[in-house]
Ligand binder design. Structure first.
Ligand code: MOS
Length: 704
């Protein structure tokens, strides 16, 4: 292996690729266990109220049924602090589709058949599942996800808006989105000898173990969680959801016997979280040179009646543009729905759709090109915290993107380009994502006399490439080829690691591995004179501190450009071309990084054009709860997607100089597409998705 082939910056193929494409990589449901039983959940058919009677006799009489669990006989849990996972403890129903029981049987077919024979009687009470901007029950949460302030204000935004030469005000809405990873949420669970073994597709095995230990009042040492491969997650496999706790309850009901539970696609729409719908009001004021003097951004969004998840939707507006007067607020409405959760770039994705749409509208109002307008409003320091950025290359991304996309000479007038019945437009939007660093990781590196290193850390690979990129980080830090490294991740028997969340994996785990490598190398030289002892050497470290995080604001930035075609007669929307230019520090593996950004942009395109969960207010459930009706972009929906990474040197973020790229790519895509659709048609879509019905009045050339 060449020197280049081990170093950070090499586009290595992912090491787990062959196992995945040949079907030998084992996911949670496929783990071979002896004589498994199968679990099928029972779901409430009312949104709110309580179960008044249960009849399980017919199900229990089916040959092969091992147990029928309901609130009447389920094992008791030790903590009801998290109502999402404290299942079957009361008769209360708080959302439609809630797990109210389960059948455990010899086969999955028998379990499912018997499940249909269990009868519940309910006493329903009225429910409310509809979000409105002025909902009478809206309230301010104490804090929003990520520990960010609910509200933030500087200067006097009202006075600045009143005195502004140019003003823009609009309301933007985003619907409820579902993660829909290819691998459904699945668990293989074994409860034996007072010990619990869980195979679960998880973003963080240690975090999941802590949740289950608290729920059941078990010492953590009695639980092992194993998760070598995860078939996508996007945030839905970070927090413990009802699927895992139902599998554990089922395992406890048949002790000594492993059980398997895989949710159906339909069940995932009520069990594993989703991105809250949002209603966002933005007001911008600028002087006559197009410099923003005021920005306000208010978001109203949903949480569950009995559990709060408050998405940090307006946080990007605190960082993006210079404006001395600013106000940003989050308000929540508790509805009778299941609990929302983080989903790829929580807060940043819906927030930047609204902000970057408003920036496009304001650029037009100011008579400036939208690229130019953003550059005009580029801050010199973090506008919320008044501290420097560790590196900020949004302007370079905008300029390089404009050059590569062919932005120069664009006629700013909407409807200025028509080709064979299609209205053609182009649009731009910014991307951003913070550099998070989550505490609590540890790593062990062992060097054996044969020269092989074993790197152990309870990290996760969600399909993102951790198996490969974390090996590269270790090889780079140890200055050896990658084939001298054996990486071990995804198991609570390994040193604890923070979950893969907030694109923080490489920063958190990588910093820890680099520190372990440094200490090992020092010990080998100082204590052993460079010769590995027969017993080998092992060092264990905790993640080192990074004091620069207190002094500097750390973000990755990008610029996305879209070409959109809207058919003049049918309103059909096409996106033949997307370009994303990103500055995300040093790139560990350009191949897997590009894949992450392509995937993020594709998910952003899907959000822009297709995705929306529709709730029937009469019944309270998602009516389009499958992949036939909840549309996700497929190959035919995606045109040319190009990713370009700008070189960026940032010595402050972490020892590798890298910034997370798992979420950056989805941020801004939807705004770039909506902005391009406006340029094509003159119709401004402020309510996602950018579906053809928005254009039926306005798209026809000469119409409207
Ligand atoms: Mo990511 S949505 O923070 O797992």
């Amino acid at each position: 292996m060449t020197l280049e082939a081990r170093a950070i910056g090499t586009p290595l193929d992912r090491f787990d690729g062959p196992a995945k494409v040949t079907g030998t990589a084992r996911y949670a449901f496929e783990q071979p266990v002896e004589n498994p039983a199968y679990v099928y959940p029972l779901q409430s058919t009312i949104a709110t109220g309580r179960v008044t009677a249960v009849q399980t006799g017919a199900a229990e009489a089916v040959p092969g049924v091992l147990a029928v669990l309901t609130s009447r006989n389920a094992p008791r849990v030790a903590s009801s602090d998290d109502p999402e996972i404290a299942l079957l403890q009361t008769d209360e129903v708080t959302f439609r589709g809630q797990f109210v029981g389960a059948v455990v049987a010899e086969t999955s077919e028998v379990a499912r058949h018997a499940a249909a024979l269990v009868r519940f009687d309910y006493l329903p009470v009225p429910h409310d599942v509809e979000l409105r901007f002025d909902h009478p029950d809206r309230y301010a949460p104490e804090v929003v996800n990520g520990g960010f302030a609910t509200d933030n204000e500087r200067g006097d935004p009202e006075a600045a808006l009143a005195g502004a030469a140019v003003r823009h005000e609009a309301v933007y809405t985003t619907p409820r989105y579902h993660h829909n990873p290819i691998e459904p949420h699945s668990t293989t669970a074994l409860w034996a000898d007072d010990r619990l073994t869980l195979y679960v597709g998880s973003q963080g095995v240690h975090r999941l173990r802590t949740s289950i230990a608290e729920l059941f009042g078990l010492a953590e040492e009695r639980i092992r969680v194993i998760s070598p491969h995860v078939g996508g997650a996007f945030g839905s496999k970070l927090h413990a959801h009802a699927d895992v706790s139902l599998a554990v309850l089922a395992a406890m009901s048949v002790p000594g016997r492993p059980v398997k539970l895989a949710l159906t696609r339909q069940q995932m729409f009520s069990q594993v979280g989703y991105r809250t719908p949002s209603i966002q009001r933005i007001r911008l004021g600028a002087d006559d040179a197009g410099r923003l003097v005021a920005v306000t951004h208010e978001a109203v969004q949903v949480t569950a009646r009995n559990k709060e998840f408050a998405e940090q939707t307006v946080t990007p507006t605190r960082v993006m543009y210079a404006a001395p007067n600013r106000r940003t607020t989050h308000r929540m409405v508790r509805l009778d729905v299941s609990t929302p959760t983080i989903m790829r770039a929580p807060g940043k994705t819906p927030g930047m759709y609204a902000l970057e749409s408003a920036m496009d509208e304001m650029a037009i109002a100011c008579g400036q090109d939208p690229v130019e307008f953003r550059i005009t409003n580029e801050p010199s320091v973090d506008p919320e915290l008044d501290r420097p950025f560790s590196s900020r290359n949004l302007v370079a991304c905008l300029e390089e993107g404009a050059r590569r996309f062919g932005w120069a000479g664009r006629d700013p007038a909407p409807r200025s380009r028509q080709e064979a019945g299609w209205l053609v437009g182009t649009g731009v939007a910014a991307s951003m994502y913070p550099v998070y660093r989550l505490p609590g990781s540890a790593a062990t590196i062992r060097l054996d006399p044969d020269g092989q290193y074993t790197v152990s850390i309870g990290a996760a690979d969600l399909g993102t490439g951790t198996w490969t990129s974390l090996t590269q980080i270790a090889a780079d830090a140890l200055t050896v080829p990658v084939d001298r490294i054996t990486l071990r991740i995804g198991d609570t028997d390994l040193p604890p690691a923070m979950a893969a969340g907030g694109s923080s994996g490489m920063t958190s785990w990588g910093s820890t591995v680099v520190e372990a490598a440094r200490q090992l190398t020092t010990r080998l030289a100082e204590e052993y004179g460079g010769t590995v002892p027969a017993t080998g050497i092992e060092v264990s470290v905790r993640m080192p501190e990074n004091p620069e995080m207190e002094r500097l604001s750390m973000y990755a930035f990008g610029a996305q450009f879209a070409e959109v075609r809207v058919h003049g007669e049918t309103g059909e929307v096409r996106v033949p071309r997307l370009l994303g230019v990103f500055a995300a520090g040093r790139i560990i593996n350009p191949k897997t990084a590009r894949s992450q950004l392509l995937g993020g942009m594709t998910m952003g395109l899907s959000m822009a054009l297709h995705e929306q969960a529709v709730i029937d207010p009469r019944f309270g459930h998602v009516v389009n709860q499958d992949l036939a009706e909840y549309h996700i972009a497929t190959n035919a929906d995606v045109g040319a997607v190009e990713v370009h990474l700008l070189p960026e040197d940032d010595p402050y973020v972490n020892p590798m100089g890298s910034k997370g790229i798992g979420e950056l790519g989805i941020v801004g895509t939807a705004a770039a597409i909506a902005n391009a659709a406006h340029h094509a048609t003159g119709v401004r879509v402020r309510d996602l998705p950018v579906s053809l019905d928005h254009f039926l009045d306005g798209a026809v050339p000469g119409g409207r």
